[in-house]
Ligand binder design. Sequence first.
Ligand SMILES: NC(=O)NCCC[C@H](N)C(=O)O
Length: 405
Amino acid sequence: MTQSPAHYADSEVGRLRTVMLHRPGHELKRLTPRNNDRLLFDGIPWVARAQEEHDAFAEALRSRDVEVLYLTELLTETLQDEIARNHAITAALSGLHLGDTLRAYLAHFLHDASPEELTAYLTAGIRNDEVRGGFGLVTSLLSPYDFLVDPLPNLLFTRDSSVWVRDRVAVTSLAMPARARETQLTELIYTEHPRFRGTRKIHGWHSEHVEGGDVLHLAPGVIAVGVGERTTPAGVERFARQVFHAGLARTVLAVPIAQERATMHLDTICTLVDVDKVVMYPNVADHLVAHAVTLAEDGDEATLRLDVAPPEPFLLAAAKAMGIDQLHRIDTGLDPVTAEREQWDDGNNTLALAPRVAVAYERNDQTNERLEEAGIEVVRIAGSELGSGRGGPRCMSCPITRDPL
Ligand SMILES: NC(=O)NCCC[C@H](N)C(=O)O
């Protein structure tokens, strides 16, 4: 048995070594004009082109010596194990919409599936017209096109369903019903896959809502957490308690963001491209504030006391917590309208491969030019189809190992 590789991330910009992606698959073919809003896509992607774009993204990472792990491959390997299969099937069929007859049939059906097939059902879902048994009241009353197991098109955004904090992984708790099941899969992988077995976990899908897109490692020991449409106030409090209790951070900055789709996560308006530089949406930058949260008195996770500072301008609070003179801001776009367009198309959502090297969507040409003027190497990728889910390179990647800064 080979030694498990170290998994560790305490910054946004330390050299990226290992990342988890999800190559978009059959689950995207489930999107229709009737369900795309509920499934959190702004349009109906051309799946083959989305796959090409994603393959080019993965290749750009590999060509810079980043190990790319695919979520579905990890899941299939995990599902070789009988206990993991049982967990996965029970969780997938726990919805109250199924009824006993159909649930019992589907349980048998899924238990007979190979690990590869089971991965496909768990990710692409099962529609009523696809079942071949378990017929009864529920199958008769549901429409043929209703899902018995929902597809998970947003698995593409692996950033949101888990976050590594040093050598621990936080399995997150996703706020939107269309995404809730994703973390059943990430939790299973991190619990049962041989590569991750023994990894200590924090948070979890039963906890208060925290989404990975809201969690930014500003510096080792300093974590910003956006609080808005997805991460709740109680979510950031729980997260802060856990990271302080485990000694993983000294400051958590709670950053209120507008509760709207354009700014669903903190990483839609701000990402780090260097140890002291962020690319940021200027239309909100001047109003963004942060509450610095620190540990006042240690105790059990539930009883430790937190100090919550009054709000300060975000960049100021961040620089203070990071122990640097200034956190420099590079603006999205050239003017408010271009900035709004490029922010919407994930111009702020960059993935740093190392200090001053970042992956960005090619379409945001003005933001990319600004980044280059500021000395950042921009690795451009196509995202015309990938972007229809409203997420960029950062959203589509879960860093598992970065070199410590
Ligand atoms: N970190 C991110 O901003 N992730 C993008 C998530 C997009 C997805 N369609 C969602 O609405 O949750």
